[in-house]
Design a protein around this ligand. Structure first.
Ligand code: BGC
Length: 764
């Protein structure tokens, strides 16, 4: 086969000296040979340049970045989101001695220009097709802006809603999150990673970041290997198995060793055991942080620890550039390690198709969009569809919902007309003004005939310290803007609106910055300003619909008791207002289910449904001494994992098993009939949990193993069949062997994790 020339030499218009020297020696169609050929020709400085991922808009001025790229001292950048910007940098890369293209990364977490609901909300849909749609649209939009790689999916399991990044992950369950992890990797990366509309996924934050002690961000993680393998590692592995090109390493320690310096984690587990061949990326400034962790005495040893542990690409790098040359010169770091890391960066570029066409996702200047935020670039229909799916109906007394279109609605609350909060955290290139607020959604839904009486009612918070924090977080544009009126005056206005109305819709919860990186909370209560508003509204006696907007489970005991209906809407994205209006008016029947337990109080944390069994378990309805409980309140969650209501009712039959005794290797079919016994078409999620009744180590009370979302017309019934295989019965025993032990198992079927019907079988 004829060897092709590196086309970027031609495209760039500037022949690189290296290419002139030996163009025919570049085997462009053979990945490994090309990487080896390049490594052979690269200087140490150029190799180290490949290991540097530099932030646009960070400390380094843009002109300097362009110069550094042209000098071959930067391998990739992140945070630039237009083709024009990226083209300038790619041109600089092609002017470098070897003309090696760079790639462009960004945090595309739940949408790019079109913002989908936050990840926790996506998980609430339990709809892998909807989640895939959000990922595919994100990839299409991001790649159309010249981006090659996203720092997603973020699959950190958390059992602690105090953690601000709870919003960014998919909840508490390893099975559900693993399914989502694989789905999103495939959606981002498309059929071929080298396609113009694919972006590389880099799963994060490896590993266990969601288990930071006390839910305090960046805090330590200390965990038994069994718990790790059983409860926290599966989603990362699922992403790797789905072919994720990258892994971003966590900022926390893992059993005493920071993840960024953790050879066991990054080499033994990730590479040797799981077979990961892609790119390891450190988190922002993580290598420098090894000094503050106190595992490196200086920058030199931090750089050495990181490269030895297996960090290929150093985000926001300073130390690799400064220290690796000296470390290699002294022989402390072998050249082979540098080659390995640089080779992986080159391989990622190869897989992304950049050696064949460095402008694959950047295109020609003449094709650049005239307006990057043009309405025509958005995918509103997809965003609305996915957002509707992600809403969870928590309460609906006396069928308060859906609302009648002719009802007079008092719409109150600080989030009712907020554009920026609709975006949620990590909103990529989303534009606040392009979101549909709840007020806009309701007004459009009712048209001229209806009456929406709007009154803000309260600020998100009146706590000056909190406001300062939230606005500091978004220093480029303060986004928590106070209504200057006294709280009493605002509440009075809302109460007047309520009195004029048939029903009150109160949009309350968190400003988006309250559920974000570093935004850990000690309280899950509504801020006092909003609580006071709700109390005044309840006192009017008008039916109260609480529309929650928040990025983590909140403490909802009071709301559960006093509101007539409660809809959890998280932060619903660009089309949030339309999607919520669709559900409030019954155009769409809600079908979301919680992907995380809602505690009654902070004191119950960590709370999670798949708890190991205990010697003195608390028995519901049988309070007493010497059982595992808090004596002030019941043990269970206020709203359990998997819970969510519908406007219709569903009945589930007892599960039927294909056999009671199972030989190893034999599949087990579990079938169940689900019927829509209500009067509206609707969807629900049939959930299958498994309990291993006796194990060589203590087994959880249940674990999710399968689920299926089913849409049924009124009166319609369907048989849902699940097939379990031996792997589903396995766990990591005390020796960390992955085994299915003989004995009895219980299959539990339900529409949430608690109200289940069960049957048993025996593994022989
Ligand atoms: C976060 C990462 C993110 C990175 C780049 C860090 O602070 O922990 O999740 O990808 O910044 O924006």
């Amino acid at each position: 086969m004829m060897k092709r020339l590196l086309p970027f030499v031609l495209l760039a218009g500037a022949i690189s000296p290296f290419a002139c020297a030996a163009p025919s020696a570049l085997p462009l169609d053979d990945r490994q040979a090309l990487i080896e050929a390049l490594l052979e020709r690269m200087t140490l400085e150029e190799k180290i340049g490949q290991l540097r991922l530099i932030s646009i808009g960070g400390d380094m001025p843009r002109e300097r970045i362009v110069e550094e790229i042209a000098a071959g001292r930067i391998g990739a950048t992140f945070n630039s989101v237009t083709r024009a910007d990226n083209r300038l940098m790619q041109e600089a890369a092609l002017r470098s001695r070897l003309g090696i293209p760079i790639f462009f990364a960004y945090d595309v977490i739940h949408g790019h220009r079109t913002i989908f609901p936050i990840s926790l909300a996506l998980a609430s849909s339990w709809d892998l097709e909807a989640i895939a749609l959000s990922g595919r649209v994100s990839a299409i939009e991001a790649s159309a802006d010249g981006l090659d790689l996203t720092f997603a999916p973020m699959v950190d399991i958390t059992r602690d809603p105090r953690w601000g990044r709870t919003s960014e992950g998919f909840g508490e369950d390893p099975y559900l999150v693993s399914q989502i992890a694989g789905t999103l990797v495939r959606a981002y990366q498309g059929q071929r990673l080298s396609a113009a509309d694919s972006v590389m996924a880099s799963v994060k934050h490896f590993a266990l970041y969601g288990a930071v002690e006390g839910g305090r961000d960046y805090n330590v993680v200390d965990m038994s290997p069994q718990r790790m393998h059983q409860g926290y590692l599966p989603p990362y592995r699922a992403a790797v198995e789905a072919g994720a090109g990258g892994v971003m390493v966590a900022l926390n320690t893992v059993n005493g060793v920071p993840a960024s310096a953790n050879r066991w984690l990054l080499r033994d587990l990730l590479r040797d055991e799981w077979g990961f061949r892609g790119l390891n990326i450190s988190d922002h400034g993580a290598i420098d942080e090894l000094l503050r962790h106190g595992v490196a005495e200086d920058g030199r040893s931090a750089a050495r620890l990181a490269i030895e542990a297996g960090i290929d690409l150093s985000m926001h790098d300073s130390l690799y550039l400064q220290e690796l040359p000296g470390l290699v010169a002294s022989g402390e770091v072998p050249m082979a390690l540098i080659d390995q890391a640089a080779g992986r960066v080159l391989a990622a570029k190869y897989d992304l198709g950049l050696f064949h066409d460095p402008y694959l996702r950047i295109g020609k200047a003449t094709d650049d969009p005239a307006e990057v935020n043009a309405e025509s670039r958005l995918h509103r229909e997809a965003a609305r569809r996915v957002a509707r799916d992600s809403l969870v109906l928590l309460e609906n007394r006396q069928r308060t919902l859906p609302l009648r279109k002719d009802a007079r609605v008092a719409l109150v609350g600080p989030l009712a007309d907020s554009h920026v909060d609709m975006l949620g955290s990590w909103s990529a290139a989303g534009v606040a003004e392009q979101t549909v607020t709840l007020r806009q959604g309701l007004e459009q839904a009712v048209g001229d005939g209806g009456r929406i009486i709007h009154a803000r009612g309260a600020n998100v918070t009146d706590d000056a310290q909190m406001i300062e924090y939230l606005n500091f977080l978004n220093w480029d544009r303060p986004e928590v803007i106070q209504d200057p009126r006294p709280a009493r005056e605002m509440i009075d206005e809302a109460v007047r609106a309520a009195r004029e109305a048939d029903v009150v819709v109160a949009a309350v919860g968190e400003a988006r910055g309250m559920s974000h990186e570093s935004s850990s909370r000690t309280s899950l209560a509504l801020p006092a300003s909003q609580q006071a508003l709700l109390e005044a509204l309840v006192a009017t006696g008008k039916p109260l619909v609480v529309v929650l907007m928040n990025g983590r489970p909140l403490q909802l005991g009071w709301i559960k008791e006093h509101a007539d209906a409660v809809l959890e809407t998280w932060f619903a994205g660009t089309e949030g207002g339309h999607a919520i209006a669709d559900v409030l008016y019954g155009v769409h029947n809600p079908s979301g289910k919680l992907p995380i337990s809602f505690p009654r109080s902070v004191g119950q944390i960590p709370i999670y449904y798949n708890h190991p069994r205990l010697g003195r378990p608390y028995v519901e309805g049988r309070p007493g001494n010497y059982t595992s409980q808090y004596f002030e309140e019941p043990n269970g969650a206020l709203y359990p994992f998997g819970y969510g209501l519908s406007y219709t009712e569903f009945e589930l039959s007892k599960p039927r098993l294909s056999q009671r005794k199972l030989n190893r290797g034999q599949p087990l079919e579990v079938s169940v009939t689900v019927e829509n016994s209500g009067t509206r078409t609707g969807a629900t999620v049939v959930q299958l949990y498994l309990q291993d009744l006796v194990g060589s180590s203590v087994r959880p009370v249940k674990e999710l193993k399968r689920f299926e979302k089913v849409m049924l017309a009124p009166g319609e019934a369907r048989v849902v069949r699940f097939v379990l295989v031996e792997d589903d019965l396995k766990f990591h025993d005390v020796r960390l062997d992955y085994v299915a032990e003989p004995g009895e198992f219980e299959v539990q079927l339900g529409l949430d994790s608690q109200a289940v019907l069960s049957e048993r079988f025996e593994l022989l």
